[in-house]
Design a protein around this ligand. Structure first.
Ligand code: MEV
Length: 313
């Protein structure tokens, strides 16, 4: 018997990094997905196969003995295999680019958690989410939990590390273009860098958090009132805050400059330091905009907001 689950990637529309320190963030899931297929095998091993490699490991092995980037999925498998004499084969297929801030790792954790849970007759969404976040913590300990939460529920949501999340039901049609800087990043390293910035600049960081909080409030109003062009201005301001905390670089700035000239507004999405920029565009100009990025040798693709989060098949 096979158990299959799929989950979408995400963009952080507003609030990355500040969300780690208790500010709200607005996230949206996108129409790029990962699918995880799991089945029991007779040997007491966990086999994980994905585009980024293969891991075969005896069940019961301690998590700190594993160096592979695939260890979050082993963590989930091992959680269920504790009292079992069986093993698991986990296959991950993804159309979300890896390591560029589009939530590929969180989407894999969510889909793997759901797929494996289903094999063990566990369908509680809160438990699936908790296990996915726990798995993510094996590679990045201080996650705010925003990415997995958005991915499991789908659509657009406001996320607050303490208060939880609220889904925004009436969402306007936003057309986004993602531009991939092709610089892979480690979320953990960039989050640590921001923590150092905060330690050295306590009062300006505090001010930026409160400015971001106000920005999120305005962004929510504009989203609810379908004012996409004005939302673009807020996007630019949020990018300026991210630049101030040191998560931008020369390449990202060149992309944002170009994007701001030809769209409503652009910013880093996710941890930064590399990864992707998103740009809010007018659908009527999509072809021209894509061509312009391509002429400047940037990899880019349009995405739509996807309302379907986790899907167990
Ligand atoms: C990473 O996608 C988002 C960050 O805010 C980190 C987090 O929320 O855990 C940079």
């Amino acid at each position: 018997m096979q158990s299959i689950a799929s989950a979408p990637g995400k963009v952080i529309l507003f609030g990355e990094h500040f969300v780690v320190y208790g500010v709200k963030a607005i996230l949206a899931t996108i129409n790029k997905r990962v699918t995880v297929t799991t089945e029991f095998i007779d040997d007491e091993v966990v086999i994980i196969e994905s585009d980024i490699g293969r891991l075969e490991i005896k069940s019961g092995t301690k998590i700190d003995e594993i160096q592979s980037p695939l260890k979050p999925f082993y963590h989930i498998a091992n959680f269920f295999l504790k009292d079992s004499d069986k093993g698991l084969k986990i296959k991950i297929q993804s159309d979300i680019p890896v390591g560029v801030g589009l939530g590929s790792s969180s989407a894999c954790c969510v889909a793997a958690s759901a797929s494996i849970s289903k094999l063990f007759n566990e369908n509680n969404i809160e438990k699936i989410l908790e296990l996915a976040i726990d798995a993510e913590r094996t590679i990045y300990a201080n996650t705010s939990g925003a990415d997995c939460t958005a991915i499991i529920h789908g659509g657009v949501m406001v996320y607050d590390r303490k208060a939880g999340f609220e889904r925004i039901e009436s969402v306007p049609d936003i057309d986004l273009v993602i531009i991939n800087s092709k610089i892979e990043h480690s979320t953990e390293i960039i989050v640590d860098k921001v923590q150092k910035f905060k330690k050295l600049n306590e009062s300006s960081f505090k001010k930026l958090c409160s400015d971001e909080e106000k920005l999120i409030f305005d962004a929510l109003e504009l989203l609810k009132n379908n004012k996409i062009q004005e939302l673009g201005k807020i996007v630019k301001i949020n990018h300026a805050y991210l630049k101030k905390i040191g998560v931008s670089n020369t390449k990202l700035e060149s992309i944002v400059d170009l994007a701001n000239r030809i769209s409503y507004g652009a910013k880093i999405t996710g941890a930064g330091g590399g990864g992707c920029i998103y740009s809010i565009i007018d659908k009527a100009n999509e072809k021209q905009i894509i061509q312009e990025f391509k002429e400047n040798n940037y990899e880019c693709f349009p995405v739509k907001i996807e309302s379907k989060g986790l899907n167990t098949l």
